[in-house]
Write a protein that binds this ligand. Sequence first.
Ligand code: ATP
Ligand code: PAF
Ligand code: BAL
Length: 277
Amino acid sequence: MTALVHTRNDLAAGLAGAPGRVAVVMTMGALHEGHRQLMREARAQADFVVVTVFVNPLQFGPNEDFDKYPRTLAADVEACTAEDVDLVFAPDRDEMYPGGTPSVTLNAGPMGEILEGASRPGHFSGMLTVVAKLLLLTGADLAFFGEKDFQQLSLIKRMVRDLEIRTEIVGVPTVREADGLALSSRNRFLSAEQRQAALALSHALREGALQNDPQRVLEAATKILGDEPGVHVDYLALTDPLLGPAPAGGPARLLVAAKVGATRLIDNVPVHLGEAG
Ligand SMILES: Nc1ncnc2c1ncn2[C@@H]1O[C@H](COP(=O)(O)OP(=O)(O)OP(=O)(O)O)[C@@H](O)[C@H]1O
Ligand SMILES: CC(C)(CO)[C@@H](O)C(=O)[O-]
Ligand code: BAL
C-alpha cells in the first residue's frame, strides 16, 4: 500500500519503520513510463522506495514554464501504487522552503554553466539545492535519476562526491516511445504536428551516433535538425562522458536542446568515436 504524505514530519514517521535500504526517486510529477522505469529499478535494488513529487520553483527562470508545468498528483499516486512504491512525499512550497526562498544555495560550478546551464541561468543551483535537501530529508541509501537529463545526472554525481554525501547515485537509460521520442512530462504540450517535428531530435542523435568521427557526428545530426523547420535548436553538442571537450576517439555523448513551438525539449545519446589517426 502506497502512503501519501505532505509534511517532513510524516515523511520521517514513514521512514522510521523502513526496513533495510531506502531508495528515492525524485520527480516533478506528471509521471510517465520513464519515471516508472526509475521506480522499477529502485524497487529491484532497495527494500523501501520513496518517490518525491515537487515542482521546484528554485530551478525555473522567470520566463519559464513553472506555472504551466502539469500537476497531476492523484494520477501520480496511482502510478506509484502500481509500481509498489512505499511512500510518496509531495510537499508544498512552504514545507520545502519553510523560511521562504533559501539564502544559502548550492553552486553548481563550471559544469553548471554550460549547455542547459547557459540557457537556464541558475537552473542547476536550484536543482542541486532541492536534490540535496531531499537526500537529507529521506536519508536515502540509493537515488535514481534518468539519463534523459544527462547534465543533471552528471552534476548530482559530482555533488555527492564533492560534498561527501553517502547516497549512491544510479543513472537509468532514457525510456523512449516506439518511434524514438524520449518520454518527457513536457511532451503533453505538443500538438500532433509538433510531436512529429520533435522526432527530429531523437532521429538526429541516432544518426549522429552511427558516425565515428566527431565532425561527421555533428554534421549528420545538424543536417537532420536543419531539415525540420518546426524545430529551433538551442544547442547540439558532442562532449566526453563527463561533459568536457569531445575526445578524438572512445566514449562520448551527443546532446541536444530545442524548442518545438513553445515547448523546450532535451535529449542525448552515448556515442562511440573511432580511434583517431
Ligand atoms: N524518458 C525518460 N527516461 C528515463 N528517465 C526519465 C525520463 N524522463 C524523465 N526521467 C527522469 O525522471 C526524473 C524526474 O524527471 P522530471 O519529473 O523532470 O520528468 P521529465 O519527464 O524529465 O519532465 P520534463 O522533461 O518535462 O522536465 C529525472 O531523474 C529524469 O531524468
Ligand atoms: C531532480 C528533480 C526532481 C529536482 O527538482 C528535477 O530536476 C527533475 O524532475 O528532473
Ligand atoms: N527534468 C529536469 C527538470 C526541469 O526541466 O526543470
